[in-house]
Ligand binder design. Structure first.
Ligand code: ATP
Ligand code: MG
Length: 385
């Protein structure tokens, strides 16, 4: 009669109007994909999903996966049964014996046909729990355990004692595709995480300057992509050979402008690759003022080469310590700090310009045939699935 299930809650806010079923179907698709190594079934009830038919040994593993799925707000292991006041009471009496310390009852009466108002019902169940286990105390504000009773429109009730927070956000893919410029540093994986959280399905582009940068530097980026996939689902990584371009910049351009030109060429390539893979935006890990290439003037000059797509910079207003904290939370930090050179550090000028101008950047670029080199690099991309 009783069934152990997992109840999933998602952000109602985004699910209004005609788009509602689009979001819901995408979220369910992402859930099925993330749990594809488990046996289970999933059902949609109004405003919730419920997972059934899983092996209880896998409960915690399944919940760990669910925690990382964007669009889910919280999950609870729960008992499901046909709504019936006596059954609710008996379940709560049973739970009372398993609890210690303080508790509160929260009733969510989605089914307005249920005859007793939520607060009134919570109070009466609270009394039953207390009489069953007099060692417990009621604490409405900061209880150790919240017994949640959800009375849903499908005729079933769900009782749970744990509410596990998930990442929130929007289902991956609901905002289309975005191309993440992924270095091996701390910032860009965090930027990717944040935009996947807002619903972008990620593609990643990495510029690699072998042999100036090592094979390990590339492996590190693949590892970062793999960690991001825990949240963002499959990510296609496009590795662009950047050596010849960097050599050409080094030989031809005024030292102060080397990084500016390098970043302008990276963005030109990123835009072309984005279009090739149907990405409607480019994402970077830039943060205002962090380095010379991230001043407003530098961003103006680099952004200027992108013709069609918006460049999203989710970390623009973040301090480095704030970015590092998120990197730790999502598990990319340890990999990001591995000491392999990024192509940005190859031939690094001592004093990169802090306030470049578009006019001077164009003068530097006219010194070599960068268009040919861009085409050649794009023809030699490597795709890591
Ligand atoms: P990160 O920690 O992400 O490497 P950073 O603080 O080192 O960032 P920069 O090196 O100036 O900053 O790079 C700014 C942004 O440009 C990065 O966040 C990333 O989005 C992109 N970028 C830099 N190097 C590369 C690269 N080799 N391949 C792809 N994108 C890159
Ligand atoms: Mg970097």
């Amino acid at each position: 009669m009783n069934e152990n299930v997992i109840m999933l809650r998602y952000g109602e806010l985004y699910l209004k109007g005609n788009n509602r079923s689009f979001f819901e179907n995408l979220l369910i698709k992402n859930i099925k994909k993330a749990l594809n190594s488990f046996v289970f079934s999933i059902k949609k009830i109004s405003g919730r999903y419920v997972i059934y038919d899983f092996d209880s040994i896998n409960l915690n593993l399944i919940i760990d996966k669910l925690k990382n799925i964007f669009g889910l707000v919280s999950v609870s292991p729960a008992y499901e049964f046909q709504t019936n006041i006596d059954e609710i009471k008996s379940k709560c009496r049973f739970l009372a014996k398993t609890l210690n310390g303080s508790f509160r009852i929260t009733t969510k009466r989605a089914d307005k046909k249920f005859p007793i108002k939520s607060d009134e019902f919570s109070a009466s169940i609270g009394e039953i729990v207390l009489s069953e286990n007099p060692n417990l105390v009621v604490d409405l504000h900061n209880p150790e355990t919240i017994i949640t009773i959800e009375i849903r429109e499908n005729g079933c009730s769900y009782i749970s004692t744990k509410n596990i927070q998930c990442c929130g956000g929007m289902p991956v893919g609901s905002a289309g595709n975005g191309l993440l410029m992924l270095s091996g540093g701390i910032d860009s994986p965090v930027a990717g995480y944040m935009m996947a959280k807002r619903g972008l399905k990620l593609y990643a582009i990495h510029f690699h300057s072998f042999p100036y940068t090592s094979i390990q530097a590339k492996d590190k980026v693949i590892k970062l992509k793999n960690i991001l996939e825990n949240f963002a689902g499959d990510i296609k990584l496009i590795v662009v050979p950047f050596t010849k371009i960097q050599e050409a910049i080094h030989i031809n351009c005024y030292e102060e402008y080397m990084i500016t030109i390098m970043r302008r060429i990276m963005l030109r390539i990123a835009e072309k690759i984005a279009q090739k893979f149907h990405c409607s935006t480019i994402i970077t890990g830039e943060s205002l003022g962090q380095v010379a290439s991230q001043t407003v003037e530098s961003i103006t000059v680099t952004n200027n080469v992108v013709e069609q797509l918006p460049v999203l910079r989710p970390l623009i207003g973040f301090d480095k310590v704030e970015i590092m904290k998120i990197a730790e939370q999502i598990g990319t930090y340890e990999t990001s700090i591995l000491p392999y050179e990024d192509c940005c550090t190859v031939f690094l000028p001592k004093n990169p310009i802090i306030k470049p101008t578009i006019k001077k950047a164009i003068i530097e670029e006219e010194k070599f045939n960068y268009e040919y080199l861009i085409e050649e690099a794009i023809n030699n991309i490597e795709i890591v699935e």
